[in-house]
Design a protein around this ligand. Structure first.
Ligand SMILES: Cc1cc2nc3c(=O)[nH]c(=O)nc-3n(C[C@H](O)[C@H](O)[C@H](O)COP(=O)(O)O)c2cc1C
Ligand code: SF4
Ligand code: FES
Length: 700
């Protein structure tokens, strides 16, 4: 720093002095970046980080892979490991530390050698996750309380057990991720077996491993009589989607999903795969492709339901560097369709990514996959390598001179990174914070370039539309919701799973017909039609058509297409509390209504559950939700406010009964309701520990 000019932080600085001052403040300031020779990076670690750096147009994007490499090497993100990674990447250790502390899957303190993450989000909770977590803690000799709040390691350092948010496998609820592999449905008794197996080095719960049961290429399951094998897809353009005699699936994306070896390029090609890509690259101009996609009416399947073709057409034409990002973050509780689509048919997605990139003029495609889907990321990596080998990706696709590079990018555990602009920040190697819009990503997205962002299911539709045409696609579904939809159904149903149906079929057919309805003797009480962020509907609304427009007309939304069913054994106030806790945990904290509103809501719902609330507090809970909606930078705040608000509105008497029951159940002195909403002594300083007295001030 000695050669820096004397800096005078005043308005009369020259432009050069100002430039140098700013540079001296940047985190990559040369003095704080460790020199390679000072830190002695192990060869294997250095190689892993350098390989990651070489895969991106900008090396900062390798920050998350670099931290994964550190964690793999040392068992956790050690300060020494982060200094070494910082030296290789030419960034400050502080920069990497700021990432390691943001993402839930990085460990910044030593933890047990084997990691057990037990999902305690709503679908797993409804099916016994609390007992499962306790059983794992008991078996490991770890405290359940700590496991539920950030995780705990066993005394012998062998195990780390943690309660975790939805892991995208509610079809096998209750479930756990053990050393990055998924297991379920689990019973409390499985915990002891799994812990013993981990300690002895034996294979863990072989009959409960998701990968074993669902491995693409594994044994074909019994034919399911409920499935109509609609002859849709690139291989069969003459689909006949109409005229279902009984409740059936209409499979297009899931067609032949259980074909052994479908995840391999040979099988995929044998079944007609990559013909759409050949057609797109050889016979169609990008404008024609855009026209077909727009004409098909395909709506985004990630949540907002925006027209895919229109969004692609917003990207400016011309020679600028453009990007495509496939959103495979899939963290909305109740949603697990993208996981199965990628796990079983990864080439369908890769084909869609390459065609959509061609249509949008993007030279790079990134698949941003949630960090927990380690097994699926491996499947995708293999499939991408096969596609490169076959000439479907890379510099000169099929000899046409067109270039599309595809990188599978693994996140690290942050729901907010599913929000498209937070995803972009994360992909650029930053903490995942939503950006202010406009500018929208189509104009200014990844690395500042125009970027098309679409969900896995949206892009998986693309090869089918290119093969069969827009009119064919519109023959499925409703006028405003064309096509099929893979719907994840979970919670209190007898056959949780993904079902692909034409949009517009009655929701009852999905919940009762395909998913088998609630267990014997139980009734549907409430259901989320579009993941846990959708306002709940009741049993009286089961006959509504399952389409974007009908769900919106009913005051809810189709969202990501994930139905979570609560039967009459489920406490709605507790469901509201679990829902609120999730969004509170995931709030990035950037805006006040979301950061404070989710906190207040959790605290107020805890008072409902403990009997400390008064019925008046229910009005305040409702009012807080109203003041969050529409007042935040992104819709994460609304994602809590909408379902919680709907539960209070539709099940108010149950909230009142819960308060009364809880109050009756505790000794008189403890049950005295506090003066509603008065501050409690000893709140934790800066954090807003108390609900607001003036509800009107929220979000203003
Ligand atoms: C908090 C939040 C989380 C989101 N999570 C996801 C997600 O996991 N997957 C996804 O595809 N879209 C998610 N979205 C929606 C994306 O922002 C974006 O709309 C979508 O990826 C666009 O793709 P589509 O048009 O194909 O649906 C999320 C949005 C918000 C506000
Ligand atoms: S709404 Fe919540 S998650 Fe979204 S930017 Fe604001 S604080 Fe962050
Ligand atoms: S995997 Fe447990 S709620 Fe989704």
């Amino acid at each position: 720093m000695s050669d820096l000019p004397e800096i005078r932080p005043t308005n009369d600085m020259s432009a050069e002095e100002r430039r140098r001052l700013v540079e001296s403040m940047r985190p990559e300031d040369a003095e704080t970046v460790p020199e390679l020779h000072e830190v002695g990076v192990p060869d294997e670690l250095r190689q892993a980080i350098e390989t990651a750096m070489s895969r991106y147009p900008q090396i900062r994007s390798a920050a998350l892979p670099a931290l994964w490499a550190v964690q793999r090497h040392y068992g956790w993100c050690t300060p020494e490991g982060m200094r070494q990674a910082a030296a290789v990447m030419g960034v400050t250790p502080g920069y990497l530390e700021s990432l390691a502390t943001f993402y839930d899957l990085y460990r910044t303190t030593p933890v047990g050698r084997h990691q057990v993450l037990v999902c305690h989000n709503i679908s797993c909770w409804m099916r016994g996750a609390d007992d499962l977590l306790r059983a794992f803690c008991e078996a490991a000799g770890a405290g359940a309380q700590e496991a539920d709040h950030g995780g705990v390691s066993s005394a012998d350092g062998e195990l780390f057990v943690s309660g975790f948010e939805c892991l995208g496998a509610c079809d096998i609820a209750p479930m756990a991720s053990i050393d990055e592999r998924y297991y379920g449905p689990l019973e409390a008794g499985d915990a002891r077996t799994a812990v013993d197996q981990l300690r002895s080095g034996a294979e863990v719960l072989p009959d409960k491993a998701l990968a074993k049961r669902q491995a693409a290429g594994g044994p074909e399951p019994e034919p399911d009589p409920r499935v109509s094998r609609a002859e849709a897809g690139p291989a069969a353009p003459q689909a006949e989607p109409r005229g279902r005699p009984e409740v059936t699936e209409t499979r297009m994306l899931f067609r032949r999903v259980d074909e052994p070896g479908l995840a391999s390029i040979d099988t995929y090609r044998r079944l007609g795969g990559y013909r759409s890509l050949e057609r797109a690259f050889h016979d169609l101009e990008p404008e024609e492709l855009l026209g077909v996609l727009e004409e098909s009416g395909l709506r985004g399947r990630g949540g907002a339901g925006f027209s895919m073709g229109r969004k692609a057409s917003f990207l400016p034409r011309g020679e600028t560097s453009k990007y495509l990002c496939c959103n495979a973050d899939e963290s909305e509780p109740g949603t697990f369709k993208d996981r199965e689509l990628m796990e079983k048919n990864p080439h369908q997605l890769i084909e869609g990514v390459a065609i959509a990139a061609l249509a949008a003029g993007a030279g790079w495609g990134f698949v941003f996959i949630r960090g927990e889907y380690a097994e699926v990321a491996d499947i995708l990596d293999r499939a991408v390598a096969e596609a490169y080998e076959a000439g479907y990706l890379g510099e000169n696709i099929l000899g046409t001179g067109s270039r599309v590079e595809v990188v599978v990018h693994r996140g690290a555990g942050a729901y907010i990174c599913g929000e498209e602009t937070a995803l972009l920040d994360s992909l650029e190697g930053k903490r995942g914070n939503p950006r202010l819009k406009p500018p929208f990503p189509a104009i200014e997205g990844l690395y500042g370039g125009p970027t098309l962002i679409n969900n896995v299911e949206t892009l998986s539709n693309v090869p089918h539309i290119v093969a069969n045409g827009a009119e064919w696609f519109k023959g499925f579904g409703t006028e405003q919701s064309p096509g099929t939809k893979v719907v994840s159904v979970s919670g209190c149903v007898q056959r949780p799973g993904n079902y692909e149906v034409e949009l517009g079929i009655p929701a009852r057919e999905l919940i009762h017909g395909l998913a088998g309805g609630p267990p014997e003797g139980r009734e549907v009480k409430a259901w989320f039609p579009g993941g846990s962020s959708a306002p709940v509907l009741t049993a009286a609304e089961l006959d509504l058509p399952y389409s974007f427009e009908a769900m919106a007309d009913a005051g809810s939304m189709l969202g990501s297409g994930a139905i979570i069913v609560a039967d009459d054994s489920i406490s709605i106030p507790e469901l509201a509390l679990r829902t609120a806790r999730f969004y509170h945990h995931e709030s990035c904290g950037k805006c006040t209504p979301c950061r404070e509103g989710t906190n207040w809501t959790v605290k107020m719902l805890e008072r409902v559950m403990s009997g400390e609330a008064t019925p008046m507090d229910l009005d305040i809970i409702a009012s807080v939700q109203e003041n969050i909606i529409g007042h935040c930078l992104c819709v994460l705040g609304d994602s809590m406010a909408m379902p919680v608000g709907s539960m209070v509105a539709k099940f108010r008497s149950e909230f009142e009964e819960t308060i009364a029951r809880a109050r009756d159940a505790v000794p008189v002195h403890a049950a005295e309701p506090a003066v509603p909403l008065a501050p409690e002594p000893g709140g934790s300083g800066g954090e807003a520990e108390q609900p607001p007295v003036d509800v009107g001030s929220v979000g203003t």
